[in-house]
Design a protein around this ligand. Structure first.
Ligand code: ADP
Length: 445
């Protein structure tokens, strides 16, 4: 097992990883920007190192500073969390080159899945069903028009290097193709420095369903079931559930079987999530995330497993120690992502938190690095807390989420709490009857 783990992240996920390390008896090193000197992840770590100024590029994305921090503190492994360097294959390579362990998959698999075109080609060869679309990169507008005619409008132009919902534009007819093509490429170039794009059929009423997988380096692969992440705004998830209200146990097992056999053939290691769109009883792969995800707690609650602990154990070479038949799904879990933002305009709302009270009680979990007196900095993601509830049934989980949201107090910054309160009262949500497009219409009301 590792001597000491450096956590190359901030906020709630840095705390989440610290908690797993502490339970495993492994000391932790926090890294932080000058803006985060007072942050909870720094206060609770065994050691901390300042790695640069507030700008992420100069701190949380500053590879030399992070590797130096690991070296001077004697850490022998790095957990990247999500975001920042978590899907940077060069970082994973450099961590290994420095004689440290990257807690995650191999750099080769990160690289493969980071290019969404390569990811789709790889998944197709493993027998995983795809969203209909171009066979690979689409290089010019003529080819785009040909592909769109073949698969039929509406189509979606997507960036090969895409992430965070950026570099994605819909063309509803041939008339809109040129503009969507131009906008998608421009956005991809400015966001990712790579304007390679591909085309998919734009599905009009899918759900976003993803499978959580864990694989060790001894050839064992298991899945922990699905999450339904259809409640999105601008392709960003706001509320997630495990399991999906739309799937039967048979569908879950069938998809789980396809996914685990595919990743086993690939020789994949550590945590991963395969994302699918689900419509008319069909699953279609869209991308794979080679890291821990924001919404992992809903899976932990229903499976009763600590996914970060598993990531660490696997990275240290240990075996999973259980088979698929040992993974049980108990009850239902829901997560609300609480952001520091205006609940109506969605404008970010950084600033000083003057009062903070987190809900509690049976089946309630709050993953947050917030405290009264903390100033939410303007430089990073606006998510300030994840509120997760678990109950024997979905309807009880919704009731629990309602009462937990009502207990949650954050004063000083605006938050998305009022929006979540509206969502959990909406008849479509209660009925489990929603697609990826539902929330956009709902917030517009
Ligand atoms: P990113 O990596 O930017 O998150 P994804 O490929 O995971 O991009 O897609 C993000 C979201 O965009 C999906 O969850 C879904 O809501 C929407 N989306 C992606 N592809 C399609 C498609 N072909 N049709 C309809 N919606 C899509």
């Amino acid at each position: 097992m590792f001597r000491k783990i450096l956590i190359a992240n901030r906020g709630e996920i840095a705390l989440r990883i610290q908690r797993a390390c502490r339970e495993l008896g492994i000391p932790t090193v926090a890294v932080h920007s000058t803006a985060d000197a007072e942050a909870m992840h720094v206060r609770l770590a065994d050691e901390s190192v300042c790695i640069g100024p507030p700008s992420p590029r100069e701190s949380y994305l500053n590879i030399p500073a992070i590797l130096s921090a690991a070296t001077i503190t004697g850490a022998d492994a790095i957990h990247p969390g999500y975001g920042f360097l978590s899907e940077n294959a060069n970082f994973a390579d450099m961590v290994q080159a420095h004689g440290l362990t990257f807690i995650g998959p191999s750099a080769a698999h990160i690289r493969m899945m980071g290019d969404k075109i390569q990811a789709k080609i790889a998944m197709a060869s493993l027998g995983v069903p795809l969203v209909p679309g171009s066979a690979g990169e689409v290089i010019d507008l003529d080819q785009a028009a040909k592909v769109a005619d073949e698969i039929g409008y509406p189509v979606l132009i997507k960036a090969a290097a895409g992430g965070g919902g950026r570099g994605m534009k819909v063309a509803s007819s041939a008339d809109g193709l040129e503009e969507a093509w131009r906008l998608a490429r421009a956005e991809a170039r400015s966001a990712f420095g790579n304007d390679a794009v591909y085309i998919e059929k734009y599905l009009d009423r899918p759900r976003h369903i993803e499978m959580q997988v864990m694989a060790d380096s001894h050839g064992n692969v298991v899945h922990f079931g699905e999450r339904d992440c259809s409640l999105q705004r601008r392709h960003q998830k706001l509320l997630e559930e495990a399991g999906s209200p739309a799937l039967t146990a048979a569908e879950r097992n069938a998809l789980g079987g396809v996914v685990t056999s595919g990743l086993s053939k690939l020789g994949y290691r550590n945590a991963g999530t395969l994302e699918f769109l689900y419509q008319d009883g069909q699953f279609a792969f869209i991308e794979m995330n080679t890291r821990l995800q924001v919404e992992h707690p809903v899976t932990e609650m229903v499976c009763g497993i600590d996914l970060v602990r598993e990531q660490i154990r696997i990275a240290a070479g240990e075996k999973l120690g259980y088979a698929q038949k040992d993974v049980r799904f108990n009850g239902h879990a829901i997560e609300c992502r609480i952001n520091a933002e205006d609940p109506v305009t969605f404008a970010a709302s950084p600033g000083k938190v003057t009062a903070f009270h987190a809900p509690g009680g049976l089946g309630v979990r709050v993953d947050s690095a917030l405290y009264a007196g903390y100033t939410v900095p303007p430089y990073y993601d606006s998510m300030i807390a994840k509120l997760i509830v678990h109950a024997p049934t979905r309807i009880e989980a919704i009731a629990r989420m309602r009462r937990a949201l009502a207990e949650f107090v954050v004063v000083g910054v605006k938050t998305s709490l009022p929006l979540h309160q509206r969502i959990v009262e909406a008849p479509e949500f209660i009925a489990g009857d929603y697609t990826i497009h539902w929330l956009e219409n709902f917030v517009g009301q």
